[in-house]
Design a protein around this ligand. Structure first.
Ligand SMILES: Nc1ncnc2c1ncn2[C@@H]1O[C@H](COP(=O)(O)OP(=O)(O)OP(=O)(O)O)[C@@H](O)[C@H]1O
Length: 352
């Protein structure tokens, strides 16, 4: 996707002035409440008209004030999925899903419905009324409906907000799979660093109606590390599960980590580990109740008055801990220092 935007829109006292060029398969849109994220989505989808400027997608002008171009929303081939899945309540799941497909000219249809139903795990729901679906099922139907119109781009406006944590993290892998499998680019609005990091690598940060910067979702999470009430969350991709009594072990790069067993732990998954749940030692602790003890080399430190972020290399994998400045002095932590990072099995929380 190559999305070029240079627009201005006034809404009462609020002025949205967006000037950016996005060239990526996916991009997050992040910003505080009222910063203009939904306004941007509406401008892109054609649901709102800019006062001036130009929007083009893959080189084709969708809006150009000077040239008098304003492609109608249904002709833009941009799908939109909102926080509330606006489904047609009188139709079955199948007919909701086929709604967009039927309105798409045959030559533009790129997605096989049966294939998509399987990927979104909707096969068993096709004949149900949408009024009898759970929140997560409704969101999957909304997504499937948008995708079956074979859009050139999908806009996701906080599609996971309102879903409970477990459901949210069950849906994220589905989303990622369908977007990559069907090669559909997407923009993803969210307030959550966690969702952002799981969904996309690039993020457009918006403040007071303007682009603040284009960043990565990882950099975004790290930059707010010191202001967050909770510490930075390390996301660890764990694989190769082994049961070990009432514990589990997983491979993490060249390391093996131990977590607490729960009923349906998968073979591989993303786990989060809070930077403040990691304890650092100068030497290997002789006796400890913690199950995870990793030798590490300090790569870098970043310090504020009350907290130090310690970035470590654990056999090629990156781990971030947050400690107080006094501990940093006492342990002699500086780039290149050898340390030992320790955390409990229960500090690993499964996300996906
Ligand atoms: N029709 C309108 N008339 C006047 N002001 C509006 C209108 N629509 C939106 N606004 C204002 O424009 C600003 C941006 O709104 P927008 O919905 O784009 O923000 P947002 O970043 O999506 O916020 P949130 O994260 O809370 O959904 C807000 O201050 C909002 O009050």
């Amino acid at each position: 996707m190559l999305l070029e935007i240079d627009v201005e829109k006034r809404l009462g006292n609020f002025v949205c002035r967006i000037d950016c060029r996005l060239e990526a398969h996916s991009c997050g849109v992040f910003g505080p409440s009222g910063s203009g994220k939904t306004t941007l989505m509406n401008l892109l989808a054609g649901l709102m008209q800019p006062d001036r400027g130009r929007i083009s997608l893959d080189g084709e002008a969708l809006f150009d004030r000077q040239k008098g171009i304003n492609v109608a929303p249904e002709k833009r081939r941009i799908g939109v999925v909102f926080q509330h899945a606006y489904l047609f309540e009188h139709l079955s799941v199948r007919n909701n899903l086929l709604y967009g497909l039927k309105r798409t000219p045959r030559e533009l249809r790129t997605i096989d419905p049966e294939h998509l139903y399987g990927t979104l795990d909707l096969e068993h729901l096709l004949d149900r009324r949408v009024t009898r679906l759970s929140g997560g099922e409704r969101q999957r139907v909304a997504l499937g409906r948008a995708m079956l119109a074979s859009p050139r781009l999908i806009l996701l406006d906080e599609p996971l907000t309102g879903l409970d944590r477990a459901l949210k993290f069950r849906i994220i892998p589905h989303l990622r799979t369908v977007f990559s499998e069907f090669s559909i680019p997407y923009l993803f609005i969210s307030h959550s660093h966690q969702e952002m990091r799981l969904m996309t690598e690039n993020v457009l940060i918006i403040e007071r109606g303007s682009v603040e910067r284009l960043s990565s979702s990882e950099e975004l999470a790290r930059s707010s590390i010191f202001s967050a009430d909770r510490g930075y969350a390390n996301f660890l991709e764990l694989a190769d599960r082994h049961d070990c009594g009432n514990l589990l072990t997983y491979r993490w790069g060249k390391n093996r980590l131990t977590g607490v067993k729960n009923t349906n732990a998968p073979e591989y998954a993303t786990f989060s580990l809070n930077a403040r749940d990691i304890v650092l030692f100068k030497r290997h602790p002789e006796a400890s109740s913690a199950r995870n003890i990793l030798e590490a080399t300090v790569r870098a430190t970043q310090r504020t008055e009350w907290l130090v972020r310690v970035e470590m290399d654990c056999c090629g994998s990156t781990l971030i801990a947050e400690i107080v400045p006094q501990s940093m002095e006492e342990l002699g932590i500086r780039a290149g220092a050898k340390i030992v990072a320790v955390f409990k099995a229960s500090a690993l929380h499964r996300l996906t």
